[in-house]
Design a protein around this ligand. Structure first.
Ligand code: PMM
Length: 274
């Protein structure tokens, strides 16, 4: 019998915000027990990775002291890692990244791409964990004023390339680096769509790409006015398929089941090709 080649699909990263104020799920998983149960549920729904965050990055959000951030995330990471869940830590703070690594996290997801904390690259190099470096221009309180680009895709690519050069100076293993265009971070809806449409230009840097579109504000225009953010899960799932087609390494989503269906459609279709 002829063996069919496996269809590569993006990893699904399930979002677990242990925060009182994240824009879509803030307050829902603030308590440790509920957060752990949600992490297990995400894994059981098919998430390959559970991305645990203790500081909201929604537009306008205030910073959280690293000690408070760690109080929120470390018990959750310890419990999930001991259950065999692959955990990433969503943090801009090197001390939190290190504590998370010691608690069992295997990925550092840094929305600032190393710009928020000058010690982050040292920690990444020392822990040798997978490092997701997102395109970022400034903190949530100021990012709306920083959404100015010539050609957004060219500019994001150049700025990510600059980050990569700096990472190499610090001795970060290039095989451990994943890049993310940072949809919604100092980006308008038009910028986000351009980055999605021209993902190949970002992939041409030679690094795996993660896409985080889930429930973001630019999708709100596709739903009726005042619809809940969960209404954006269908659009998010469609974007997961688009990301798969573009060869993305991963997609970061709140609702894992809808993205799993979307990726199954993609896989079935790909298998239809000779
Ligand atoms: N978006 C948010 C938080 N963390 N991490 C990566 N790598 N990429 C993203 O796009 C991203 C992220 C903000 O969304 P949330 O408040 O729903 O978590």
């Amino acid at each position: 019998m002829r063996r069919r080649p496996q269809v590569p699909v993006p990893r699904v990263m399930g979002i677990l915000n242990v925060t009182p104020d994240s824009f879509s799920d803030g307050g829902k998983y603030e308590h440790v027990d509920r957060a752990i149960a949600r992490g297990i549920e995400l894994r059981d729904q098919g998430a390959d990775v559970v991305d645990v965050g203790g500081e909201s990055t929604r537009p306008g959000a205030e910073r959280v002291p690293p000690a408070r951030e760690q109080e929120r995330v470390i018990p959750v990471i310890e419990a999930l890692a001991s259950e065999g869940v692959t955990v990433s830590i969503d943090t801009m703070n090197s001390v939190t990244a290190l504590a998370a690594a010691q608690a069992g996290a295997s990925i550092i997801n840094d929305v600032s791409g190393g710009l928020a904390d000058p010690e982050m690259y040292r920690t990444v190099a020392e822990t040798d964990l997978v490092y997701i470096a997102m395109h970022w221009r400034g903190h949530s309180t100021e990012m709306a004023n920083l959404a100015h680009y010539g050609d957004v895709v060219v500019d994001v690519r150049t700025e990510l390339k600059d980050r990569l050069a700096e990472m190499m100076v610090w001795g970060i293993n290039p095989d451990r680096v994943v890049l993310d265009p940072g949809l919604g971070f100092a980006k308008s809806a038009r910028h986000n769509w351009a980055l999605l449409a021209r993902m190949d230009e970002l992939s041409s840097l030679g690094y795996p790409i993660l896409i985080g579109a889930s429930r973001k504000r630019f999708l709100s225009k596709l739903s009726p006015t005042d619809a809940p953010t969960t209404d954006r899960d269908l659009a998010t799932a469609v974007i997961s398929t688009i990301a798969a087609q573009a060869g993305a390494w991963g997609v970061r989503v709140h609702d894992v089941p809808s993205t799993q269906v979307a990726l199954s459609v993609y896989t079935a279709m790909e298998k239809g090709k000779k």
